[in-house]
Design a binder for this molecule. Structure first.
Ligand code: ADP
Ligand code: MG
Length: 331
């Protein structure tokens, strides 16, 4: 028997009001996250990763509309009243962002920001909150926590600010951590430390994690399963090893830098040419077709469905078989 998912997302669609028209930034996205699992969301800039993550708890600008289902603890968060959603947000579900500078309050010491979260989401008394905020800084590996608690965000280095933001996010003991490019702004060494920290915390606290990144290296290093997004859709998903080892969508193959160059006998490796479509001009059929070396007529007319290739691995590509063969040939 397999365990029930912690989070179950079905047919999530998010549209924005552009005055004269509406555009869909997330289209019919479905995925599950198991308890204690780290799911990676990857794709080029503009593919809809952040909007997907923010749609889960509706942390979106006014004018955004979300439909579909986000099943969390037996409730559908889509359609939950704003006051109930606020309790979930920052409580059972916490979010961390790429740029801690915008998420931290510059005029409040770190202690106050952690204790505010503890007050909102736990039953700890004043003394308990003081103790817990120091434990949290220890937990995220900030040395000399007792002293640093009374410092302001600008007194922290970039890596330490990111840790402080994670400490604030963890104050509520979330069951799900939503992390949007949490290490993109950091240098590689600090990035490794933060990613390892998230994995340690997952082990220690048993929380699930959805990690957004545009970096396949980060996915390989950190995630159990992954979903690849393009133009607002999931185009491939599965375990990290199967997807990266045997990609079944031309876009994933392209992200891996393994697209064969058209018109040459030998296969050369290069990155994907062209840019993703504007939301207002998503081509019919497969949205990736205009950039795809495998594309044929069917790709330009019929949108491919996300279908399983092997256990737990699925791709929305008319030419999955050819794509999978390609890597075997070029390797
Ligand atoms: P990424 O994968 O880089 O995180 P996003 O999820 O931020 O991409 O954005 C997906 C698409 O939605 C982009 O085309 C972006 O321009 C668009 N978008 C994001 N926020 C808004 C908004 N508030 N209004 C209109 N379009 C938006
Ligand atoms: Mg983003």
């Amino acid at each position: 028997m397999t365990a029930a998912p912690a989070l179950s997302v079905r047919n999530l669609t998010t549209t924005f009001d552009l005055g004269a028209s509406r555009v869909a930034a997330v289209r019919d996205v479905s995925f599950d996250v198991m308890p204690g699992e780290v799911l990676g969301l990857v794709g080029e800039s503009g593919s809809g990763k952040s909007v997907t993550l923010r749609s889960l708890t509706r942390l979106l600008p006014s004018g955004a509309e979300v439909s579909g289902q986000v099943i969390w603890q037996g409730r559908n968060l889509v359609g939950l009243a704003p006051k109930d959603l606020r309790k979930v947000r920052g409580g059972e579900i916490s979010m961390i962002f790429q740029e801690p500078a915008t998420a931290l309050n510059p005029v409040l010491p770190i202690r106050v920001q952690i204790e505010e979260n503890l007050r909102a989401h736990t039953t700890l008394d004043r003394a308990g909150r003081r103790r817990r905020s120091q434990e949290l800084l220890d937990l995220v590996g900030i040395p000399d926590a007792a002293r640093r608690l009374d410092e302001y965000p600008h007194q922290f280095s970039g890596g330490m600010r990111q840790r402080a933001m994670i400490a604030i996010a963890l104050a509520s003991a979330p069951r799900l951590l939503l992390a949007d490019e949490p290490t993109t702004a950091l240098d590689v060494t600090i990035q490794d430390q933060i990613l390892n920290l998230i994995l340690d915390l997952r082990d220690e606290l048993g929380m699930s994690v959805v990690l957004v990144t545009h970096d396949l290296g980060v996915i390989a290093q950190t995630c159990d399963r992954m979903a690849v997004m393009y133009a607002g859709r999931i185009v491939e998903e599965g375990g990290v090893s199967p997807v990266l080892g045997h990609p079944a969508h031309a876009y994933t193959l392209g992200l891996l830098g393994s697209v064969p160059q058209a018109g040459t006998e030998r296969t050369v490796l290069r990155s994907i040419e062209g840019t993703p479509p504007a939301l207002s001009a998503i081509p019919p059929g497969c949205a990736f077709a205009p950039r795809c070396v495998f594309a044929t007529d069917i790709c330009r007319t019929r949108a491919p469905e996300l279908v399983g290739t092997t256990e737990g691995h699925a791709a929305a590509c008319h030419h999955s078989a050819m794509v999978r063969h390609q890597l075997g040939v070029s390797a």
